[in-house]
Design a protein around this ligand. Structure first.
Ligand code: 13P
Length: 254
């Protein structure tokens, strides 16, 4: 089975004390992950080391940064490189979140460069895509998302993309409480997998995990994750509450 993944995106939330307490609660929740299940905690830069330390060598639990720079080092005041992340034993990086595309002007080319430097360093991207409301209302969401994949991923080879993680996050569903319906999620996830199949073949398409993001909650996670092409979720608000996020993790396909 493809990896089934519950990924948290804490965004710019929590104090260090709260981050530590939340991680402790997750680690003490008695979660029993199946062999194909993973949990990824996408935490703010200042807390990466703390959270990584708390996870220790717990299998199938990983820490992600929420961004990285395109260069390995240099005069880029305020930025964080993949080498720094690696030195903290961070394994994943969330890339291309709609908030970074919109508020920080991250272009498809910049994201392609970030994907490249992550892969070259052995860090795994969680590559986000998803359409704004106007695109959904115009009925052109499939072409929009396909272009996002093409522009930032299609320069890569099959080997680099095997087991890759894509997160589909319709912008109209992020933080709004307006989750995509199970059918809308399944339809787009099947489309994304078909786009990858057309470009890279069946084996590659079946190896990638496609996560749904946008108002995933404890009460709706299991039914969304049950859709055949949904391989888990990327969770914002509900990942900040231990009981909610543990319930979401328990909703992953077994
Ligand atoms: P919410 O779960 O708060 O809607 O956020 C989704 C998201 O943007 C995760 O990256």
């Amino acid at each position: 089975m493809r990896k089934q993944i519950a990924a948290a995106n804490w965004k710019m939330n929590l104090t260090v004390q709260q981050a530590g307490a939340l991680t402790d609660e997750l680690m003490n929740a008695g979660l029993q992950l199946g062999t194909d299940q993973e949990v990824i905690l996408g935490v703010p830069f200042p807390y990466l080391s703390l959270v990584r330390g708390k996870l220790g060598d717990t299998p199938q639990f990983y820490v992600a940064a929420q961004n990285c720079h395109t260069q390995k080092s240099g005069a880029y005041t305020g930025e964080v490189s993949v080498d720094m992340l690696q030195s903290l034993e961070v394994s994943h990086v969330i890339l291309g979140h709609s908030e970074r595309r919109e508020y920080f002007n991250e272009s498809p080319k910049m994201l392609a460069d970030k994907v490249d430097i992550c892969l070259a360093s052995g860090l795994k991207p969680v590559f986000c895509c998803g359409e704004p409301l106007a695109i959904r209302e115009s009925g052109t969401e499939n072409a929009y998302v396909e272009a996002q994949l093409r522009e930032s991923l299609f320069h890569l080879g099959v080997e680099q993309l095997t087991g890759f993680i894509i997160a589909y996050e319709p912008i109209w569903a992020i933080g709004t409480g307006k989750t995509a319906t199970n059918e809308q999620a399944q339809q787009m996830h099947a489309h994304i997998r078909q786009v990858m199949r057309n470009q890279y073949g069946e084996a590659l398409a079946n190896s990638i995990s496609i996560l749904y993001g946008g108002s995933v909650k404890a009460g709706n996670a299991a039914e969304i994750f049950a859709q055949p092409d949904v391989d888990g979720g990327l969770v914002g608000g509900a990942s900040l509450v231990a009981v909610d996020f543990t319930a979401i993790i328990r909703g992953l396909k077994k």
